[in-house]
Write a protein that binds this ligand. Structure first.
Ligand code: ASP
Length: 547
C-alpha cells in the first residue's frame, strides 16, 4: 500500500501516510487530521474562485477542495486535467450539509488540499472514464488500459478475483492439490481445433496448445494424486461467438474413486462457496438434474433455462391416426409430434408468428404448425385438416389464456427437439416471461457417448474421447454404438453451460475399444494417446472430473 515512487517521495510525510487504496481509511479519518492520498483526477469543477475535484483510485472517490488561501495547491488545481495522476496532502473537513453524498463511503467529508503534486501528464482522452460509455468496442480495446480504469470493469475484475480466491480456498479445504500441467504439448481434443506452435529444435514438427489439461489430469490420477485442480488456460481454435474465445481459464478438476454424484456434490459445494463469498447468496443444493434425453424432450435443449416453465409436451398419441398427414405420417415413420404451449404477459402478433416460422425454417424445418383461439374462434394454418375431436382434446389438455398459441413440430425426435428448443428460447423473450427465480442450476447428465460426424460419416465423441459409457449400456458397444448413454455431464446455469465433465474410462482396454469405434487403429490410438493408455495400464484408479 505504501510503495514509494520517486515522485511521491518528494512530498514530506504526512501525519496519516495514505497513498493508494485509501477509501475506507479516509472515510474513517477524524475531521481535522492530515492525510495524503494519491489517485486520478476524476472530474474537476471551478466554483467561482474555489476548485473542487473528485480524486479516484480503485477503492473509491473523495472530494478535494483547493482554496486560494492554500496558494500552491490552488495554482496546481487550476491546471488539472481529467485522468492525471496526482498526490494530495490535505486536511479532512466535514462537507457542508447540502453537499453530503450518502451514496459514497467518503460522502460526509472532503479534503482541503495544502499540496497537490502532479505525478504525470494525461493526453486528451478518447472517451470518459465513467459508466456512460460512448466509445465503440474497437476504441475500447485500443485503449484497453483506460477501459479497465472504469469502475464497472474494475468491479468485474475484482469479482473474478474474489471468486477465484473462494474457489481455491474451498478446493484446498476439500483436499485438492493445485498442479500446473504443460502448455507445449501433444494434441488433447475437446471438440475444437488445436493451436499449433512450431518446434525450432525439430523442424517440421509442432506442439499443440492444450484444449484442456485432460490427459495430464488423468495421468495425475494414475500417479495417486487423488484430487487435483488447476486454474487452467485452455486454447481452442473455434469460430468466435460471444461466449467463445481462443483462450479461456477454467477451474479444472479430477478426482479418484468417485462416481458421478461425488463430483456433482463437490461442485455444488464449490458453487455454494463462490456465491456466498462473492454475492452473499445461499444457494440451495443439491441442484436439479435431468437426463440429456429428458432435457431434449421437455425443453428441446441440452442447456435449458429453467427459470422459465414453458415445457414441450408429446402429442404423438393424439395424432397417430390423424387425417393431417404431416402429423400422422411423422408418427408412422417412427417420429414424434410435439407441442409447445406459449402463453405470457405479452401477446404474440401475426408478425411475431411469421418471424418464429422463419426462425425454424432457417434451422431446416419445412414450416411451423400453430393454432390459437383468437376471440374464441380457431385460427390455424392447419385448421381444415384437424378433426373437431383433435382440436377439443388440445384445448382441454393445454388450457391457455386468450392470447395463447400452441406450436407444433413433427418428425424425427431430435429435429422436433431442435425446432421447439429454438422456439422456446425465442418465446421466453417475446412473451416477456418473468423468471420464477434468479438462479436456476441444473445438471444435464448421460449425454450420448458417440455421434455421427457429418463430414466423415464416422462415430465421434460428443464431448471428449475419454468419457466412460454407462455400465448398463456397455453391451451396445458392438451392436448399437450410436445409442449408448455415457457418464458425461454438464452443469447449466440459467441456460448457460458453466462446466462439463465425466467419469472416465480408467481401463485401457475400454478406452482403446472406444477409440477403435472412432476409427483409430490400435497403432494410431497408441500413437496419439499412448501417454494416457500407458498410464491406465498400471493400476489407474476409477476417476472422473469436470472443468
Ligand atoms: N476436459 C474437461 C473435462 O471433462 C471438459 C472441458 O475442458 O471442457 O473435465
Amino acid at each position: 500500500m505504501t510503495t514509494k515512487t520517486a515522485a511521491v517521495q518528494s512530498i514530506p510525510e504526512g501525519e496519516h501516510d495514505l497513498r493508494g487504496l485509501w477509501s475506507e481509511a479516509v472515510a474513517q479519518a477524524p475531521v481535522g487530521s492530515e492525510v495524503r492520498v494519491a489517485g486520478w483526477v476524476h472530474s474537476r469543477r471551478d466554483h467561482g474562485g474555489v476548485y473542487f475535484f473528485d480524486l479516484r483510485d480503485r477503492s473509491g472517490l473523495v472530494q478535494v477542495v483547493a482554496r486560494p488561501e492554500a496558494a500552491a495547491a490552488f495554482a496546481a488545481a487550476a491546471k488539472l486535467g481529467a485522468e492525471q495522476p496526482v498526490s494530495v496532502i490535505g486536511t479532512v473537513a466535514p462537507r457542508p450539509p447540502e453537499s453530503v453524498n450518502p451514496k459514497l463511503p467518503t460522502g460526509k467529508i472532503e479534503i482541503h488540499a495544502s499540496v497537490i503534486e502532479v505525478l504525470n501528464e494525461c493526453k486528451t482522452l478518447p472517451f470518459g472514464v465513467d459508466e456512460h460509455l460512448s466509445a465503440t468496442e474497437e476504441v475500447r480495446l485500443k485503449y484497453r488500459f483506460l477501459d479497465l480504469r472504469r469502475p464497472r470493469m474494475q468491479k468485474n475484475l475484482m469479482l473474478r478475483h474474489r471468486a477465484a480466491v473462494a474457489a481455491r480456498r474451498y478446493l484446498d479445504a476439500q483436499g485438492f492439490v493445485e498442479v500446473e500441467t504443460p502448455i507445449l504439448t501433444k494434441s488433447t481434443p475437446e471438440g475444437a481445433r488445436d493451436f499449433l506452435v512450431p518446434s525450432r529444435l525439430n523442424p517440421g514438427t509442432f506442439y499443440a496448445l492444450p484444449q484442456s489439461p485432460q490427459i495430464f489430469k488423468q495421468i495425475l490420477m494414475a500417479s495417486g494424486m487423488e484430487r487435483y485442480f488447476q486454474f487452467a488456460r485452455a486454447f481452442r481454435d473455434e469460430d468466435l461467438r460471444a461466449d467463445r474465445q481462443p483462450e479461456h481459464t477454467q477451474i479444472d478438476m479430477e478426482m479418484s474413486f468417485v462416481r458421478e454424484r461425488d463430483v456433482h456434490s463437490l461442485v455444488e459445494g464449490l458453487m455454494k462457496e463462490v456465491f456466498r463469498e462473492t454475492l452473499g447468496l445461499e444457494l440451495e443444493t443439491p441442484f436439479m438434474s435431468l437426463d440429456y434425453e429428458e432435457a431434449q424432450t421437455r425443453y428441446g435443449s441440452d442447456k435449458p433455462d429453467l427459470r422459465f416453465g414453458l415445457e414441450i409436451a408429446d402429442v404423438s398419441a393424439l395424432f397417430k391416426a390423424s387425417a393431417f398427414k404431416v402429423f400422422s405420417g411423422a408418427v408412422a415413420a417412427g417420429g414424434v409430434v410435439r407441442c409447445l404451449p406459449a402463453d405470457g404477459p405479452k401477446a404474440l402478433s401475426r408478425a411475431d408468428i411469421d418471424k418464429l416460422t422463419d426462425l425454424v425454417k432457417s434451422l431446416g424445418a419445412k414450416g411451423l404448425a400453430w393454432m390459437r383461439w383468437k376471440g374464441g374462434t380457431l385460427e390455424s394454418p392447419m385448421s381444415k385438416f384437424l378433426s373437431a375431436e383433435e382440436v377439443e382434446s388440445l384445448k382441454k389438455r393445454f388450457p391457455l389464456g386468450a392470447d395463447g398459441v400452441l406450436f407444433f413440430a413433427a418428425g424425427p425426435a431430435p429435429e422436433a427437439a431442435k425446432y421447439l428448443g429454438a422456439l422456446r428460447k425465442e418465446l421466453i423473450a417475446k412473451l416477456e416471461l418473468k423468471p420464477s427465480k434468479p438462479w436456476a442450476f441444473l445438471w444435464v447428465k448421460h449425454f450420448p457417448l458417440l455421434e455421427k460426424d457429418e463430414e466423415t460419416g464416422r462415430w465421434t465423441f460428443t464431448h471428449n474421447p475419454f468419457t466412460a459409457p454407462l455400465e448398463s449400456e456397455v453391451h451396445k458397444l458392438d451392436s448399437d454404438p450410436g445409442n449408448i448413454r455415457s457418464h458425461q455431464y454438464d452443469l447449466v446455469l440459467n441456460g448457460v453451460e458453466l462446466a462439463s465433465g465425466s467419469i472416465r474410462n480408467h481401463r485401457a482396454e475400454m478406452q482403446e475399444k472406444i477409440l477403435g469405434l472412432m476409427g483409430y487403429s490400435k497403432e494410431e490410438g497408441r500413437e496419439r494417446f499412448g501417454l494416457l493408455l500407458n498410464a491406465l495400464e498400471y493400476g489407474a484408479p476409477p476417476h472422473g472430473g469436470i472443468a
